[in-house]
Design a protein around this ligand. Structure first.
Ligand SMILES: NC(=O)c1ccc[n+]([C@@H]2O[C@H](COP(=O)([O-])OP(=O)(O)OC[C@H]3O[C@@H](n4cnc5c(N)ncnc54)[C@H](OP(=O)(O)O)[C@@H]3O)[C@@H](O)[C@H]2O)c1
Ligand SMILES: *[C@@H]1O[C@H](CO)[C@@H](O)[C@H](O)[C@H]1NC(C)=O
Length: 290
């Protein structure tokens, strides 16, 4: 489970990462990262809005030496949501805050969390101006080495094209999107692959707020046939397609189960999963963002 993908920036990203949305508090963060590093995870997914960067930074100060790891042995991702109020200086300050909170002199991957800017209506054309301003600062810091790679999240093709088609901007290294058998889009995947953008799946397990995807009867049948859990099948489905996965889990048992993906889903079952009749989107929908 240590497969890596070569990003368009020349850096390697582990396909598997540990999702930390809704995990907060020093003790909880310490414990889950302790279980995750012990199990073999080497990639942690955070965001400014998760309010856990400082706790992650503190925990790693103790945990990296505990597992005999150096900073370069792990991959840290965080994200910034654009805002109508942000000046270039504000974005710079926020990136520096993340570096300070994570107690590191570089961040492996910094994402624009969402194409829209907080404080604006989704249809407002100023959204574009704010995300481009944010992108400009992320790529500037990347050139300075404070960020190794920069990317985006929740971007549709129309949002990606603004960066890909304009020589003034760099092509993102990553697009992190909601992606599971009930919500995936081959047009977006093909576009990303053609442009050299690594696709990362989030909410592969259907979020913490719902168990309906993990209880999907088709997923369950395939899991039973393969002698695996539904969760493992959902994760392996994406992983087997060379798509990044970021399972979030709280218990040691779940964390260990989610890295135990060394099995193969036969082609016919991959197709059945990809063709699920039930469509369901759990998280925010960027189609309305101008
Ligand atoms: N860029 C974005 O806009 C965005 C949006 C959403 C998520 N994300 C990222 O993606 C990560 C994952 O997505 P998510 O937080 O929505 O959740 P998720 O990974 O889809 O699902 C988490 C839920 O699955 C449960 N679970 C985990 N392993 C399990 C197992 N082996 N057996 C049974 N249940 C299991 C967890 O339970 P327990 O916690 O009780 O173990 C939790 O309730 C986030 O943490 C975040 O890092 C990014
Ligand atoms: C997939 O994405 C394409 C391009 O953005 C879009 O035209 C199409 O409607 C999407 N398909 C689904 C099923 O959402």
């Amino acid at each position: 489970m240590n497969a890596v993908f070569l990003l368009n920036t020349g850096y390697l990203i582990p396909l598997l990462g540990f999702g930390t949305y809704q995990i907060t508090g020093p003790e909880k963060i310490y414990n889950v990262l302790d279980y995750a590093l012990n199990a073999g995870y080497r990639h942690i997914d955070s965001a400014i809005v998760y309010r856990n960067e400082a706790e992650i930074g503190n925990a790693l100060k103790t945990l990296l030496p505990k597992y005999n790891l150096k900073r370069e042995d792990i991959f840290i991702t965080t994200k910034i949501v654009p805002s109508s109020k942000h000046s270039e200086q504000d974005v710079e300050n926020l990136v520096k805050d993340s570096l300070r909170n994570l107690q590191t002199n570089y961040i492996d991957l910094f994402l624009i969390h969402w194409p829209g800017a907080s404080g604006l209506q989704p249809g407002d054309p100023k959204n574009k101006k704010q995300r481009l301003l944010t992108w400009k600062i992320l790529t500037k810091f990347k050139k300075e080495g404070l960020l190794r790679s920069a990317g985006v999240s929740n971007f549709l093709i129309k949002h990606l094209e603004e960066l890909v088609d304009d020589p003034e901007y760099e092509t993102p290294a990553v697009n992190q999107v909601e992606w599971h058998p009930r919500n995936h889009n081959s047009t977006l995947l093909d576009y990303c692959r053609e442009k050299g953008i690594f696709l990362q799946a989030y909410s592969s397990l259907g979020t913490s707020g719902s168990s309906s995807l993990r209880e999907d009867s088709t997923v369950r049948q395939i899991a039973q046939k393969l002698g695996k859990s539904s969760t493992q099948v959902l994760l392996r489905w994406a992983y087997q397609q060379n798509i990044g996965i970021l399972p979030k889990a709280s218990s040691r048992a779940h964390i260990e189960e989610n890295i135990d993906l060394d099995f193969v889903i036969p082609d016919e079952d991959m197709k059945t999963l990809s063709d699920l009749k039930v469509k369901q989107k759990f998280a925010w929908d960027p189609t309305v963002v101008a």
